[in-house]
Design a protein around this ligand. Sequence first.
Ligand SMILES: NC(=O)c1ccc[n+]([C@@H]2O[C@H](COP(=O)([O-])OP(=O)(O)OC[C@H]3O[C@@H](n4cnc5c(N)ncnc54)[C@H](OP(=O)(O)O)[C@@H]3O)[C@@H](O)[C@H]2O)c1
Length: 463
Amino acid sequence: MIDDRVRVGLLGCGTVGAALVTLVGEQAESVAQRTGARLEITRIAVRDPGKERGAQIPKDLLTGDAAGVVGAADVDVVVELMGGIDPARKLLLGALEAGKPVVTANKELLAAHGGELLAAADRAGVEVEMEAAVAGAIPLVRPLRASLVGERIERIMGIVNGTTNYVLCRMTDDGMAYADALAEAQALGFAEANPAADVEGHDAAAKAAILAGLAFGCDVSADDVYREGITALRPVDVDFARRMGYAVKLLAVCERAAPDGAQRGGDGRARDGGPVISVRVHPAMVPLAHPLAAVRGAHNAVFVEGAASGELMFYGLGAGGRPTASAVLGDLVAAARSVLARRHATDGDGGAPVRAGLAGTHAGRPRARIRPMGELQTQYYLNIDVTDRPGVLASVAEVFGTHQVSIRSMEQDGPQGGVAHLIFLTHTAREDGVQATIEGLSHLDVVQHVGAMVRVAGGEDLP
Ligand SMILES: NC(=O)c1ccc[n+]([C@@H]2O[C@H](COP(=O)([O-])OP(=O)(O)OC[C@H]3O[C@@H](n4cnc5c(N)ncnc54)[C@H](OP(=O)(O)O)[C@@H]3O)[C@@H](O)[C@H]2O)c1
């Protein structure tokens, strides 16, 4: 009789870890009935085992010895919910080397060392499950790794950070200033006391790196991702966008790009076989009719565009203890099934262990080739404050023309107190030309302030 218990070592028992303990308690019976795997949390590593925790956390399972949990004979699967790079990286490599599948929600670690972890998993013939690392409860990683593994993914575009989406919604809907909207998000618990990882785009960049790696079958790190946050946006920017028929959203975009800098198309591959891609996180103007413009508050939404599948949309809660734990539990069940499959193969008939689940799908991933941001072509929104005097418009327009950036429309607010506020929307232009225009404008003596530049989502396709 083969033992159907799958023993779980949990590293970290904070917001997500504690929710997972509760969820396993609620769902273990149903999971056992449906899958044949009886989940049992046998050890929990935390930083401070003496800390007061809810009644649902069995105190006798707590330990400060995380390495001991990984190596324990009564741990079959390691679930890492502690966050950060170290010691999480070493612990997970240790688990994989010991032939134990791992489950992690740690986007920071995966974006920095995902290739190393996946290679170690391939060597050991076990899995690294990571559904919760991107977009919380929303099933997105597994569809990319399994359902869509035969699909040629052309583009992924979405809202993957709820904090910034909440702030931008408040600025758009209620005209709030950025600082006030952020303070409200912090008061409501949507934003950390130190919000830098969210508002400067680091969190979204880590998720974009993970998604790009999965979608294009290559190694992408957070350093490969072009990143801009939302801190430079002012109410005037979101207000103008709305009047023009757009919502401003912080978007993560991963797309194939031809090596010559064309937007997409061709075979999108460099000569060494690694795909050439563009991976970026920045505020973007999304047409109000697009479903992404309607994503409210702390929700996430991601569009996946496949050559055969067309557009697929994934939507739901992108963070929070229970939603994230739901994704972790799904991964844990997948890992548990593979543990049982191996047990059946070795204990049952004495044959070689089977390679179950998603193992073996990552060996030899090439490094991604990243298209320089300067080669991006889209439409751009720009605003500047200028001294109100004759000839200003001509000198401003000359800077645009010098860098081959054609102006589609211009609006003027003011003048007030001798200062006029000019808002430009360009035709499709190259990013390096727009950046040179901004640089040129900042050197004009009539320009008092160069405000935010916002790219138009889908602007490459517009006339
Ligand atoms: N919160 C979310 O909504 C969310 C959503 C998606 C993904 N994630 C990811 O999930 C992971 C966990 O997030 P969280 O919000 O649950 O974090 P958290 O509330 O800060 O909890 C972290 C847990 O890890 C433990 N820990 C930290 N360093 C440790 C160490 N060196 N040794 C042993 N234990 C250690 C802490 O112990 P103590 O309790 O003793 O301090 C705590 O129990 C992160 O990778 C995060 O990015 C979170």
